[in-house]
Design a binder for this molecule. Structure first.
Ligand code: IPM
Ligand code: MG
Length: 370
């Protein structure tokens, strides 16, 4: 029997609802294998601000650090929306990424054949799209200093953000892209703005140098603005795309168009730290956010959270068989027509969050028992 320790941080809005379904899937795995999952829940984001006055308590960081992996929902909401407030929900996720050193954010976007109708793109374009984005997550524009917004002596408002990278920061992220490409279609694009940005020239130089170590992987650099267009014109030309923090944030929201719904986009954030099981000590979150407009209504799509769990099983717990079972179970639920409103056809009967969770649980049990 193997015991795994997981931190469960549901957060705000639909975060706790979708995470609860992922936990149900985990319990189903427990019931039919000899893996045991010890789960510890805590508040983060707006919920933690309300309860403790801070988005991310020191105790929560310690919990995340001693866990084998972290299941994360989403943080934020209208109640805590003032971007100038000193205490903001986003500090929870940014703080956890920094504290865990999870520099590589994996965001797979795959079009399920049964869901082609969801995309605003033509079926023949989006059919077969299967792209793995790797976004640098703990440096660059969102973290580098100086970062400030102030009034100078003449009374003029000024603001500055800094984009800064070091060669090791770029190298570890790009290396992850090449390694993962080897298990896929062996093609890596680095996306940058090397025509205008010094940090982008560093990215391109480091990536080009590393490409020589991976002669079996096809490598190409592309300007991020051009990529934004090509992704929608010819998504199947891409396999693995690696890029910096800011570009990766933008381009992966665009990529939701390739998966059909934000409700289907999982993510894994990995660093170099390993857990007691030899896997990555990672953080796993759906990328859809808190969706305050549908929170509490039982209609949120738990599939991104459940697929994030599959990534957790694969990368942190090294349970590949269970990871595949969960992924196939999600596909099964979609094929069986269990669809929350975000992925239903007009007029089609829709399923609730828990009904989808239950269907996935049933399918996982079938997969693991067969
Ligand atoms: C994301 C989100 C976050 C980010 C926000 C909430 C800080 O947009 O995970 O993509 O930009 O990293
Ligand atoms: Mg984002």
């Amino acid at each position: 029997m193997t015991r795994f320790r997981l931190a469960v941080l549901g957060g705000d809005g639909i975060g706790p609802e979708v995470v609860a379904e992922a936990v149900r899937v985990l319990r189903a795995i427990e019931s039919t294998t000899d893996h045991r999952f010890e789960l510890t829940e805590d508040l983060v984001g707006g919920a933690a601000i309300d309860a403790h006055g801070t988005a991310l308590r020191r105790e929560t960081v310690a919990l995340a650090r001693r866990s084998d992996a972290v299941i994360f929902g989403a943080v934020g909401g209208p109640k805590w929306d003032d971007p100038r407030a000193a205490v903001r929900p986003e500090q929870a996720i940014l703080g956890l990424r920094a504290a865990l050193g999870t520099f590589a954010n994996l965001r797979p976007a795959r079009m399920q054949p049964a869901l082609v109708h969801l995309s605003p793109l033509k079926a023949e374009i989006v059919q077969g799209a299967d792209v793995l984005f790797i976004r640098e997550l703990v440096a660059g524009t969102y973290f580098a200093r100086p970062k400030k917004y102030w009034q100078d002596a003449r009374g003029t408002w000024r603001a500055v953000d800094t984009t800064a990278y070091t060669e090791p920061q770029v190298e570890r992220t790009v290396r992850m892209a090449f390694e993962l490409a080897r298990g896929r279609r062996k093609k890596v694009h680095v996306a940058d703005k090397q025509n205008v940005m010094a940090t982008s020239r560093l990215w391109r130089d480091v990536a080009s140098r590393l490409a020589a170590d991976y002669a079996d992987v096809e490598f190409q650099a592309i300007l991020t603005d051009a990529l934004a267009m090509h992704l929608l014109y010819r998504p199947s030309a891409f396999d693995v795309i690696v890029t910096d923090n800011l570009f990766g944030d933008l381009i992966t929201d665009e990529a939701a168009v390739l998966a059909g719904s934000m409700g289907l986009m999982p993510s894994a954030s990995l660093g170099s730290a390993r857990n007691r099981h030899g896997g990555y000590r990672g953080l796993y979150e759906p990328i859809h956010g808190t969706a305050p407009d549908i929170a509490g209504k039982g209609v949120a799509n738990p599939m991104a959270a459940i697929q994030s769990l599959a990534l957790l099983l694969r990368y942190s717990l090294r349970l590949e068989r269970e990871a595949r079972a969960v992924e196939r179970a999600v596909d099964d639920a979609i094929e069986l027509g269990l669809r929350t409103p975000d992925i239903a056809r007009p007029g089609e009967r829709t399923a609730t969050t828990t009904a989808v969770g239950e269907a996935v649980v049933e399918a996982v049990l079938r997969e693991l028992r067969s």
